[in-house]
Ligand binder design. Structure first.
Ligand SMILES: Cc1ncc(COP(=O)(O)O)c(C=O)c1O
Length: 437
């Protein structure tokens, strides 16, 4: 089965893939994609995506998470269409941006004030900058294996390909990150509160913030872990930042902070807001967010935070339409029912085929690990078999099911028929996987 690069399915697709290999450094639009995603998309609607060769897949990649309502949801498309003739980027405040900010403060428990950015990486970066301005301290603690985007501070301690180092040392996950930044980041073990407590206590006076994915990738927090972080950060005057780029609006209307019942000081929210239109939100306590107020310039604690496209009116319209769909009764029940059925069905198929595995996550975003050990933290996750996972992904694509590199992202567009179809594919693929090993 080679290196699991999906073969082009038509001459047209072969030509386009060759052109992309010449023009784009990784031949794809995101370097996080795996070889099984070597395809050229023609269009997508609901939970189905079509390649230029005319093949259709049930999509669980879902743009890596933003399409909570599925591709091209009619209410979102209508809202965007309506705004198109009225201009897009004004830099100035507009009614849609105010309405969206209000909606976010109503839904998200920590959100007293809101700033708009364009990507998750920007919002996590600005959250850390505000925390430094607020506390007058410089260091940031994050958890091993957590991903907070592409900024220099975030891209540390997520080293899948290297042997882990001792806590709290930070290893950059990219070339080109200044050594000085490395010294400002501290790494702690996810789901190990006692070790984390000791690491915090050793450096509390220099820690500005702890940034955490409240569900780290697909590893949920153990009972008491987030509560413990909340207590420790409060005790030591450290800002607690939830990276809800994935979990925001996905686990609940109020995100993971509502779902797990722990309220941070600030949160970066991104993928769930606008059905695939580019926006992210940094929200939180007013006394923190107010550092972005330029009237503080004279005081010397103003945090620069601006972007040309922030508050773009078309994107705000897409977000407002998305939120009004998400607010409809029964939306999250449906999302969770679909996800639970698929998680259970996948587990049963792998079990029947005698394949050791562990499935982690919450129903709206989950993943299998090919490991006999139950996976609860990054080091256990590293012990799972990546080759088996690659074979699994490639077999799924052959059977018309597309997943993300790691996760299955569920949307409200995945209906009963697609769920049944996917369960049949799980059964067939698990049997094949058991044969090939
Ligand atoms: C938890 C988390 N934080 C931050 C990011 C970065 O977001 P973006 O790709 O929009 O910059 C991602 C992206 O996948 C993410 O999963």
């Amino acid at each position: 089965m080679g290196n699991f690069v999906r073969a082009p399915r038509s001459e047209r697709e072969r030509e386009l893939l060759e052109a992309s290999a010449q023009l784009l450094p990784s031949a794809v639009t995101a370097s996080s994609l795996s070889p099984l995603h070597a395809m050229v998309v023609e269009s997508a609607k609901g939970c189905r995506i079509r390649d230029v060769s005319g093949n259709e897949y049930i999509d669980y990649l879902m743009g890596s998470g933003p399409l909570l309502l599925g591709h091209a949801h009619p209410a979102v498309a209508d809202a965007v269409r309506e705004r198109l003739e009225k201009g897009s980027s004004y830099l100035l405040v507009n009614e849609g941006a105010i309405e969206l900010a209000r909606a976010i403060t109503e839904c998200v428990p920590c959100a007293e004030k809101v700033c708009f950015n364009n990507s998750g990486s920007e919002s996590t970066f600005f959250a850390m900058r505000i925390a430094r301005a607020f506390t007058g301290r410089e260091k940031i603690m994050k958890f091993e294996g957590a991903f907070h985007g592409m900024n220099d501070y975030a891209l540390m301690g997520n080293q899948w390909t290297r042997e882990p180092v001792a806590f709290p040392e930070a290893v950059p996950n990219s070339a080109g990150i200044p050594e000085a930044v490395q010294g400002q980041v501290r790494i702690a073990p996810w789901n190990d509160l006692e070790t984390t407590r000791a690491l915090i206590e050793a450096e509390a006076d220099s820690l500005a913030a702890i940034i955490v994915e409240p569900m780290q990738r697909t590893l949920p927090p153990e009972p008491g872990f987030l509560e413990g972080l909340r207590e420790l950060t409060r005790q030591h005057g450290i800002v607690l930042i939830f990276d809800e780029v994935v979990t925001g609006f996905r686990l609940a209307l109020g995100g993971a902070q509502e779902y797990y019942g722990v309220v941070p000081d600030m949160a970066a929210i991104c993928k769930g807001i606008a059905s695939g239109y580019p926006i992210s939100v940094l929200c939180g306590r007013a006394d923190l967010m107010d550092h972005a107020d330029p009237r503080r310039l004279a005081q010397g604690d103003h945090v620069r935070m601006t972007g040309t496209f922030s508050g773009n009116s078309i994107v705000c319209a897409a977000a407002l339409a998305t939120l009004s769909e998400l607010r409809k009764p029964g939306t999250y029940e449906q999302l969770f029912t679909t996800g639970r059925t698929l998680m259970r069905g996948l587990g049963e198929a792998l079990e029947r085929a005698g394949i050791p595995h562990s499935i982690t996550g919450e129903a709206p975003a989950f993943q299998p690990w090919f490991s006999p050990e139950v996976v609860g933290n990054f080091r256990q996750a590293r012990a799972a078999d990546p080759a088996m996972d690659a074979r699994f992904g490639a077999l799924l694509v052959d059977h018309g099911v597309l997943k993300a590199h790691e996760k299955f992202f569920i949307s409200t567009a995945h209906g009963e028929a697609e769920t049944r179809e996917t369960l049949e594919v799980f059964g067939a693929v698990a049997d094949l996987l058991a044969e090939v090993g």
